[in-house]
Structure formats: C-alpha cells, structure tokens
Design a protein around this ligand. Sequence first.
Ligand code: ATP
Length: 442
Amino acid sequence: MPAMPVEMDEIVRLCKQRGFVFPSAEIYGGFRSTYDYGPLGVLMLRNVKNAWWRSMVQLRHDVVGLDAAILSSPKVWEASGHLANFTDPLVDCRSCKERWRADHLEVDPADGKVHCPKCGSTDLTEARAFNLMFKTHAGPVEDEGSVAYLRPETAQGHFVNFLNVLQTSRKRPPFGIAQIGKSFRNEITPGNFVFRTREFEQMELEFFVPPEEGPKWFEHWCAERLAWYADLGIPSDMLRLRAHEPEELSHYSAGTSDVEFAFPWGWGELEGIANRTDFDLKAHAAASGVKLEYFDQATNTRYVPHVIEPAAGATRTMMAFLLAAYDKDEVGGEERTVLRLHPRIAPYQVAVLPLSKKETLSAVATEVLDLLSPQYMCDFDETQSIGRRYRRQDEIGTPLAVTVDFDTLEDRAVTIRDRDSTEQVRVPISGLLEEVRSRLGM
Ligand code: ATP
C-alpha cells in the first residue's frame, strides 16, 4: 500500500473548517453518520458528478441520461431480488449490545474466536440476514398495501425504463443509460466519515450489449473507469482494479471488478463494475409480463441484451479526491497545506484577490470577476493580507489566483499565481481569459 500523507482526522477537520462537509444536525449533537455538504463541498461534489456526466454522456455518443424516481413500486425491488437478497449478516454482542456486520469481523488468531471490536466479548449471536432497504409508507395509511422503499441503488430505474429509452432515444445495443442520484441503505455500521453513510449519491451506468459482446464490454468499462480516476489526478499507485472471488459475487453477477483506492485504513471500493448478464431485464420481464427485448431489424432477430454496470459512489469518490490531493510543503520558509485538486474537481477554479479594499481597486477587481465568472467558478476575497489569502486558496485547492494591484490601474495587467508552483506572472486583462483557459485546460 502506498503511504497516505494525511490522517483521516486532518481531512475531517479541514472539511469542517473550510466548509466542505459538516456533521448533519450538529446543533442537536449530530445524527448517526449523516453529513451535510457546505458551500465548498457542494461545489466539489457537483464537479465530481459533472466530470462523470461529461465523460459518460457528453463525450460519448452511445449513452443517454435518466433521472428516475427515488420512491417507486415495491414490485421493482421484489423482481430485482433486493427484497430477498439485499441483506448483510448482522450479529449482536450480548455483552455490550453493539451490532456488527459479521463479514467485517475477524477471527482472533490468538484464540481462534471472534471478539466484539468494542468490548472484546466472544458472546456474539449467530448472524442473521438484515435487509438494508429503508422502508416507508406512501400515502396516509400505514398498512401492508402502502409499503414503499427508498431505492438502495439508482439502478433498476434504468431497467424499468429500458423500453421507454429504447423507443424515444432511437439507440440500439451497444448503448447505455446513465444516472446520478441519491441512494439509501440502512447500513449496520456506517463510518469512516463519508465513506459509508446511510444516504449517499451514486453515479451508475447500465450499458446494454448483444449477449456475445458482454465480456468484451466488461473489459472496456474496467479500463475506462480506472483511467477516469487517474485522469482526474489520483496517482496510479493509489488505485487498483480487483476482481471479485467467485464467493463474493452478487446474486446477479457473472463477474465483478472493483476500482479500489488506498484509503488511510487500507484498500476500499470506489466503484464496482459488474457483468449483470440478462438477469435484470429477464427478472422484470417475468414479473411485469412486459417483454424487455431488442429487435434487430438488420438480422431479424430478437434478444435480451446483456448489461455491463459501472456503479460508482459520488460522495465516496469526493473523499478519495480530497485524500489524494492533500499535501504539505514549504513556501517562503513556512509550512503550507495545499490541496492539489484537478481544476475540474476543485471547488473554485480561480480566486480574484484585490490587493486592498480601496474602492479604486474594487472597481477593476469586479470587472475581472465579471470577465471570469461566466466561464469559471470564482471566489472573491478582499480581506486579510495577500499572503494569508493565498494560503487559504491553497488549502481549498483553487488552482489559480488573480491579483489586482495598484499597478493594474496604470497598466491594465494582473498577476496570475499558480497554486502548485506558487509562480507568479503578469498578464494583460485583455488576454486573461485565454491565459486562464490554457492553464486550466478547460
Ligand atoms: P460496500 O461493499 O462498500 O458496501 P457495495 O459493493 O455494496 O459497497 P455497490 O452496491 O457496488 O456497493 O455500490 C456502488 C458504489 O456506491 C460503491 O462502490 C460505493 O462507491 C457507493 N456506495 C455503496 N454504498 C455506500 C454507502 N453506504 N455510502 C457511500 N457510498 C456507498
């Protein structure tokens, strides 16, 4: 495992202090591993999702988008197998009453027994299957007929809309449906900050292919998805692709590989890429009585497409980007914290910093801000010394700072400072947009 340059505590502290992620309902003491995304977190999370959408939908011509309902018919979850199979093995400690996921507990080699991680007792119950879906009621009457579930994954929305999308988009296999949205799982042991929460965001693609092309497209998506994280700045030694052992495979999968990241506590999943075969379309066809097939006019054949699913977590991935970007170095004899985030992922691309609050500077600084804001997310900061403002921007990952000073009034030029090298160059305002574009590469 590559060494992680940062402790989790430091990232959690930075997230809180700078406004990335706050514990939810903090004034009431928080609420069970739920988190709120603050002014910077909401920008960064949106950037993660936009980068995914850009690479999956905008830059490809064989993928279309979807935004399906979070609350849907319980029949969907019955047919998909989630009601029967979407369970984790739950054990209780009879001594301290804590609950654990049995598959996360290890046998102690010293005595060959499983101990409660909290109190050390070996008096644990047998594992029992615990369904992770959040149950609720749709409508005013709480009876069996009104039971509904919050979706535990965004997928299934893709499958139940297969015909709608096929007919309206005029796509033919191989083609994909992409979706980003909230999912909910009643996790037994949420934790590690936003790595495992009960409410989270997913970015999922269901890619429909002719059955014989399944293995080829599975390889394609494994390579594509690994490259996505690396292209956005995660060092390749912090990423790996791990194929599931046969006993790990989900009930629907003919093969799964996970993209894993070197978290401070070890390798952890960012994304699962699964060959779901024709499991879902066949299951929904059998349960609904509606044929979910593709008719190929060219060959006059009808078939049920196979599905390759790259399923990623947006919130978990945002945390991986933060961990990978965190760095400390020395500038002018002083230690600084810097987030070396890719410009597409950083909350702000540019900070506009007038040297002083004097009105003469404010006017031209506002002009610079108005020039850049339609293209880039910009921060504007005119408080404190310029050195402290640079440090603040470094710490939140802003790639470029543009300083407006008193010379600007004479020469109509500004200083651009690069976050990583701290190098500064003077640029005329007339060429600023072009200079920023070429430096950010976007
Ligand atoms: P795990 O083994 O960590 O529970 P999983 O294999 O059940 O995850 P998938 O069902 O493949 O996860 O979901 C796809 C992605 O959604 C995961 O790779 C992860 O990034 C994200 N994800 C799943 N569960 C959570 C959660 N509780 N909190 C945050 N992200 C999650």
